[in-house]
Ligand binder design. Structure first.
Ligand SMILES: O=C(O)C(=O)C[C@]1(C(=O)O)C=C[C@@H](O)C=C1
Length: 289
């Protein structure tokens, strides 16, 4: 276990993204830990793996749009551990540099996830507008600040950061739109007093694993059966292409409990031999939704 809290936290930037807000929600607003803004999600993993940051915060799933694929793919390859999670309500706005020039807008830019979370609103209000994907919401806001013909979809923080006007607020298709973020570290790190020390069961934990199965009848059933046997509640199951061979898949499984809990140990005892490979991504305190 690390003896001190590493002082940099990597996140998808530029400053003003929802990822940035998730960092502040988890670690607090203090300046004690430097924020390291990077250009894409892969770089968040790389910076923490290289030791340039102690923690990284990445979006993993959204209640409207589902899995964030780039994060899922990084989780397959990473040597990092999940040490925490954050649920953040996501409210989108249409932002413009000069609202008097709304009629001159030619394109709307945002992160792919955000365009998806506002799909119906966009179809209703701007059916013919060009939509452009950029690397993050705050990057979209930065572009809109430079060009009156570009509108951005982003959060209020980005609007303030880049001095933009909100021309339409709460434009996400579902008002309860929420994104779940993961806190990644190289090893179980001490997270300070307001967070339980990761790596130790708190009684209110979650565990994430990756499961590779054989392409055989009943393979997934045999993996899931021990969870039922020992009454361990699954919170999420997601499939991604495994990338080592075509049409083979890896399952992302999240469940309640900690690797140190007896029920979870029992599940793993029974799982041995039922999957080709299991990768433990980490046990961490469960966040409030
Ligand atoms: O662009 C941002 O502000 C991000 O932090 C990325 C991201 C994502 O990838 O899901 C985060 C939360 C929202 O769901 C939309 C975009």
């Amino acid at each position: 276990m690390m003896s001190e809290v590493p002082d940099r936290i990597a996140f998808l930037g530029p400053p003003g993204t929802f990822s940035h807000a998730a960092v502040d929600r988890f670690f607090g607003h203090s300046d004690a830990q430097e924020r390291l803004s990077v250009a894409n999600i892969d770089d968040v993993f790389l910076e923490v793996e290289a030791g340039n940051a102690g923690f990284g915060v990445v979006p993993v799933e959204n209640s409207t749009e589902g899995a964030v694929n780039s994060t899922q793919d990084c989780l397959i390859d990473t040597s990092l551990t999940i040490v925490g999670e954050i649920y953040l309500p996501i409210e989108h706005n249409l932002l413009l540099k000069d609202p008097a020039r709304l009629s001159e807008v030619r394109r709307i830019v945002s992160h792919k996830q955000s365009l998806g979370q506002c799909r119906l609103w966009l179809r209703t209000h701007y059916p013919d507008m060009e939509l452009c994907e950029v690397s993050s919401n705050a990057e979209a806001a930065r572009l809109a600040a430079d060009d009156p013909a570009t509108a951005a979809i982003a959060g209020e923080v980005a609007a303030r950061f880049f001095d933009l006007t909100v021309v339409a607020d709460r434009i996400q298709d579902r008002q309860d739109n929420t994104t779940r973020f993961l806190v990644m570290a190289r090893e179980h790190a001490a997270l300070g007093t307001e967070h339980q020390v990761a790596g130790v069961s708190t009684g209110q934990d979650k565990t994430s694993i990756l499961v590779y199965t054989e392409n055989k009848p009943g393979a997934l059933f045999r993996v899931l059966e021990p969870f039922d046997d020992f009454q361990v509640s699954l919170t999420r199951i997601e499939t991604r292409p495994a990338r080592d061979s075509m049409w083979s898949y890896v399952f992302f499984v999240d469940f309640e409990g900690h690797m140190q809990d007896d029920a979870v140990k029992n599940v793993f005892g029974k799982l041995a031999g039922r999957a080709v490979k299991i990768k433990n991504l980490g046990s961490y305190p469960r966040a409030r939704v």
